[in-house]
Design a protein around this ligand. Structure first.
Ligand code: FDA
Length: 428
C-alpha cells in the first residue's frame, strides 16, 4: 500500500514541540495512543524499564473494556493457551505471527503478576481465569503501575494530527492533540478495534496505519451474535432465552471448525458462547451445522424408545432436550406429533438428522455494537513478531486488538493484549 501523506485531520502540521499548556519541548521516549489493556500494560512496563512515556486516550473513563469484560469480572487470561502452539486459539491472515509474543509472555507470567499484587481470581470453564471481585481491580493495578513508573497521561485528549519529525538530530513522531503537542522517538498505537463504539472504539489505529503505508486486513465483527432474516427465524422466536449445550461447526473437511459450547436462542437469532466462538470463523453465506445432542447416538436412542415406550414423541424428546425446544421440533412434522411407537422408522431417522445436523445460514451478525472483538486489522506481515514495530516504518508500533490477531472467547484476547504489549515494551 502506498503512503497516505494526508494527516489524520486537516491541520497545519504537528508544529514545534510544546509541553502540555507550556512552551518547553515535550520529548518522550514513547507516546502510546490508547490506554486500554495493551496501552496501559505497555506503558507500565516501558516506564518501569526507564522510558519516558506519555499515554494518550480520548475516553473520560479509563479502560472501559476491561471494566465491562467477563460480566464485570474480566476473564483476563486462559490457562489452556498452548504456549508451544498458541496460534491454535487465534485467527490471523498470518497464523504463526502471534507465536513469538505469546510464547515469551505466557498466561502464567500474567498470573504471577496479579498474584504478587494480591488480586484474587478463580478458574471457570475451560481454563478461563476471572477476578473474584471485579475487573476494576485489574484497572486500578495497571493504573498504579503506570503511576509508579512515572508514566504521564493525557486524558481525555483528542488526537488531531500525527507526523514524522526530526528534532536536534533525533527522528521521531509528533502528535498534535487537543491538549498540546508532544514528540517521541517511538509511537505505539494501542487504540483497539471497532467493537462497542459507544464506549470509545474508533478507527484511529487503522487511519494511522494508512497514513504510514502499513497494509490492513479487512475488518469485521468477531465474537458476535448471529442473526437470521425475520421470516426464517419466525418459528424460533418463541425460544428466545433458551440455552443448551451443542456442538456447532462451519466448513467441511480440513476447513471444518467446531466448538462444544452453550447455544442461546435470541429474538433475532442465536448467541451464547457456541455462536460467539463460531462467528470468528463464519463468513457471509456459510451454513452452520448444529448438533443439539452432541455425543449421543440419536437414531439408536429413538429406535430403542420406540421399542419400549408409547409416549408421545415430543415427551421422549423432552427427556433429552429443553421442553420448549422439543415442542418446536415435534411441531415441524405431523408424523413427529404421534406416540413414538406409531412413528415410522424413516420419520425417526429424519428427526435424528434434524437434531444432529441442523443446517442454517445466518443472514448477518449483530455488528460492532454487540461484537466483543474486531477481526482483521494491521497486517502482521508488516510488523516484526519480536517487537510489533513496523518493518518499513522505524519507531512505529501496533499492539493489541488493532493488529490482525484475534483470539477465541475465554481470555485469549486479553492475553494477546498483554503479550503484544510486553513484546513492544521490551523493544522501546
Ligand atoms: P482496548 O479497546 O482495550 O483499548 C483501546 C483504547 O484506545 C481505549 O481506551 C480507547 O478509548 C482508546 N481509543 C480508541 N480510539 C481512540 C482515539 N481516536 N483517540 C484516543 N484514544 C482512542 N477479552 C478477553 O480476553 N476476556 C474477556 O472477558 C473479554 N470480555 C469482553 C467483553 C466485552 C463486552 C467486549 C467488548 C470485549 C471483551 N473482550 C474480552 C475483548 C477485550 O476487551 C479486547 O480484546 C481488549 O480490550 C483489547 O485491548 P486493546 O488495548 O487492544 O484495546
Amino acid at each position: 500500500a502506498g503512503k497516505d501523506n494526508s494527516s489524520l485531520v486537516e491541520a497545519s502540521g504537528a508544529g514545534a514541540p510544546t509541553q502540555r499548556g507550556g512552551s518547553d519541548p515535550a520529548w518522550f521516549d514513547a507516546i502510546i495512543l490508547g490506554a486500554g489493556a495493551a496501552g496501559l500494560f505497555c506503558a507500565a512496563q516501558a516506564g518501569a524499564a526507564g522510558c519516558r512515556v506519555l499515554l494518550i486516550d480520548h475516553a473520560r473513563r479509563l479502560a472501559e473494556k476491561i471494566r465491562i469484560s467477563g460480566g464485570g469480572r474480566c476473564n483476563f487470561t486462559n490457562r489452556e493457551l498452548d504456549t508451544r502452539a498458541p496460534q491454535r486459539h487465534f485467527i490471523s491472515d498470518n497464523p504463526n505471527f502471534c507465536r513469538s509474543a505469546l510464547s515469551r509472555f505466557t498466561p502464567q507470567h500474567f498470573v504471577d503478576l496479579i498474584e504478587r499484587q494480591g488480586i484474587a481470581y478463580h478458574e471457570k470453564h475451560k481454563g478461563q481465569l476471572f477476578c473474584d471481585h471485579r475487573a476494576q481491580d485489574i484497572i486500578e493495578w495497571l493504573q498504579a503501575q503506570c503511576a509508579a513508573a512515572g508514566v504521564q497521561s493525557w486524558r481525555p485528549c483528542t488526537v488531531l494530527e500525527i507526523d514524522t519529525v526530526t528534532h536536534q538530530a533525533q527522528s521521531g513522531y509528533g502528535v498534535r492533540t487537543s491538549e498540546g503537542t508532544a514528540w517521541a522517538s517511538s509511537l505505539v498505537v494501542a487504540t483497539g478495534g471497532l467493537s462497542i463504539p459507544k464506549i470509545g472504539a474508533t478507527d484511529l489505529g487503522y487511519r494511522i496505519a494508512r497514513q504510514f503505508g502499513v497494509p490492513l486486513v479487512a475488518q469485521r465483527p468477531g465474537l458476535v451474535p448471529l442473526t437470521f432474516d425475520a421470516a426464517s427465524w419466525q418459528p424460533y422466536v418463541e425460544l428466545a432465552g433458551l440455552a443448551l449445550p451443542v456442538e456447532i461447526s462451519v466448513g467441511a473437511g480440513r476447513q471444518r471448525t467446531a466448538f462444544l459450547e452453550d447455544l442461546l436462542f435470541t429474538h433475532r437469532g442465536l448467541s451464547g458462547p457456541a455462536i460467539l466462538q463460531i462467528s470468528n470463523y463464519w463468513q457471509a453465506g456459510m451454513p452452520l451445522v448444529i448438533d443439539l445432542l452432541p455425543g449421543q447416538d440419536v437414531p439408536a436412542l429413538l429406535l430403542e424408545a420406540k421399542q419400549t415406550s408409547r409416549k408421545l414423541l415430543v415427551n421422549v424428546l423432552a427427556d433429552h432436550l429443553p421442553v420448549r425446544l422439543a415442542q418446536a421440533l415435534a411441531g415441524e412434522d405431523v408424523l413427529w406429533q404421534r406416540a413414538i411407537d406409531q412413528v415410522p422408522d424413516k420419520a425417526l431417522a429424519r428427526l435424528a438428522e434434524r437434531i444432529q445436523h441442523w443446517q442454517l445460514t445466518p443472514s448477518g451478525t449483530e455488528g460492532y455494537a454487540k461484537a466483543e472483538v474486531t477481526l482483521g486489522g494491521v497486517d502482521t506481515r508488516a510488523l516484526s513478531s519480536r517487537s510489533m514495530e513496523c518493518t518499513q516504518q522505524p519507531g512505529l508500533y501496533f499492539i493489541g486488538e488493532v493488529v490482525d490477531v484475534t483470539g477465541w472467547l475465554g481470555g485469549y484476547n486479553f492475553q494477546w493484549a498483554w503479550a503484544s504489549a510486553h513484546a513492544c515494551a521490551e523493544a522501546l
